[in-house]
Ligand binder design. Structure first.
Ligand SMILES: NC(=O)c1ccc[n+]([C@@H]2O[C@H](COP(=O)([O-])OP(=O)(O)OC[C@H]3O[C@@H](n4cnc5c(N)ncnc54)[C@H](OP(=O)(O)O)[C@@H]3O)[C@@H](O)[C@H]2O)c1
Length: 272
């Protein structure tokens, strides 16, 4: 079977869910990661043409983040390569209310491609598969939050919207702000996980500087740690403390709740 859909970041938290859904429908998917048979590396533009060859659509996650200063040039180069390769449709994973990510979105919007932009809120799966998994397992979670509530999103919802945008008509030119409907502070989210798992979990708000130090201790370089700590504290400063209706507009259904996420992650053994 000839692959027709390129999934960039196909082993990542959103990409693996998108790839699985497409493959379950019998569609041929090309995995775009650095370790794929046909490798794709954001830092090596020479890999892009081979990865794009023969593709009609692409799900695009940018690593490390669309907010890094170099992202706009890279996205501009990628969009040009995609147009040149004959790609028709591009679904971009972006984020809410981030001006540098919005500048990248603008480049995609100005292209000749059929585009859909996904702007998810904070991932529930950050606790079960992402950067906060280790601290949940250790029993003490800390973040530079402001006490603001966040409409955490389940990545199964994000993947459902991505697949609809890749396969169905009617999503071209749409910007979907995808959130859950439960508004929970970081502390409340951690308390829900404690309730579901029976684990003793504490939560502590720390300064961006202290968060940066935990990242350095976890192996981040100093520049990356400073960038991530600043980005996380900006995301959690309260500007995103409201749910949005992107999922409902795209799929006509309600989002999964934080409790459903926590129960599913617990059953899957994520916190054992
Ligand atoms: N975390 C959140 O709450 C949140 C919220 C909104 C938006 N986002 C956005 O989500 C994106 C991250 O997506 P994710 O969480 O699905 O990723 P992820 O789980 O961190 O997975 C990263 C994926 O990208 C691949 N990858 C890493 N470096 C690469 C490179 N240089 N070139 C090509 N592929 C590379 C990895 O595979 P290999 O290592 O094998 O190459 C892997 O498949 C970011 O752009 C972030 O802004 C995150």
């Amino acid at each position: 079977m000839k692959p027709e859909i390129l999934v960039i970041g196909a082993t990542g938290k959103t990409g693996k869910r998108v790839a699985r859904r497409l493959e379950a429908r019998g569609l041929a998917v090309r995995h775009g990661t650095r370790g794929s048979g046909i490798p794709f590396d954001w830092e090596a533009p020479a890999t892009w043409a081979a990865a794009l060859e023969g593709m009609t659509s692409a799900y695009v996650t940018y690593m490390p983040d669309l907010a890094v200063p170099s992202a706009q040039d890279v996205i501009a180069g990628f969009v040009k390569a995609a147009e040149g390769a004959g790609l028709k449709r591009l679904v971009l994973l972006s984020q809410r209310n981030e001006p540098r990510a919005q500048a990248c979105e603008q480049i995609v919007k100005a292209s000749a491609l059929e585009w859909t932009i996904l702007q998810p809120s904070w991932f529930m799966q950050n606790f079960s598969e992402g950067g906060f998994l280790e601290s949940v397992l250790e029993g003490e979670v800390s973040a530079p939050d402001s006490g603001a509530k966040e409409p955490w999103v389940d990545l199964d919802d994000v993947a459902d919207v991505a697949v609809a945008a890749l396969l169905e008509d009617g999503h071209t030119g749409q910007v979907y702000e995808i959130t859950g409907s439960d508004l929970l502070t970081f502390e409340e989210a951690v308390a829900r996980i404690a309730d579901v798992t029976g684990r003793a979990l504490t939560y502590k708000t720390i300064t961006p500087k202290a968060f940066e130090e935990t990242l350095v201790a976890a192996g981040f370089g100093e520049t990356d740690a400073e960038f991530v700590a600043t980005l996380v504290s900006e995301i959690l400063d309260g500007k995103n403390a409201s749910p949005s209706d992107g999922l409902q507009r795209a799929l006509g259904r309600q989002p999964r709740s934080f409790l459903e996420f926590a129960q599913a992650a617990h059953s899957a053994g994520c916190w054992q």
